[in-house]
Ligand binder design. Structure first.
Ligand SMILES: [Zn+2]
Length: 100
């Protein structure tokens, strides 16, 4: 999906890849579909930063349930199971976590 500027964007809510990369927040569930590459990139970046700096991630590191959900979420993204990803993200937020 590309807009007039040759940039991928969400056909549903109009969020562009640049906007997503600025905030790491999606505008709607369809963003995961249309901005999939950017979302996956963001996830990879977040993981890399956590590993390399040893900084505490935004999500509580001592919450195994949260860690499990985040891994599940990433897997859902990889397999393009957007309904699952949505549901899991909701649980992550409910536990006070974030994939930002
Ligand atoms: Zn959207």
């Amino acid at each position: 999906m590309e807009n007039g500027y040759g940039e991928p964007y969400c056909k549903h809510c109009g969020l562009t890849e640049t906007e997503f990369k600025d905030s790491y927040y999606v505008g709607c569930p369809d963003c995961y579909k249309y901005l999939r590459n950017a979302v996956l990139e963001a996830v990879a970046e977040t993981q890399g930063a956590t590993r390399h700096t040893g900084r505490a991630p935004k999500t509580a590191p001592d919450n195994p349930e949260l860690e499990r959900l985040i891994r599940e979420y990433e897997r859902a993204l990889v397999f393009n199971r957007m309904d699952d990803a949505d549901r899991i993200l909701y649980k992550i937020h409910a536990l006070g976590g974030s994939i930002k």
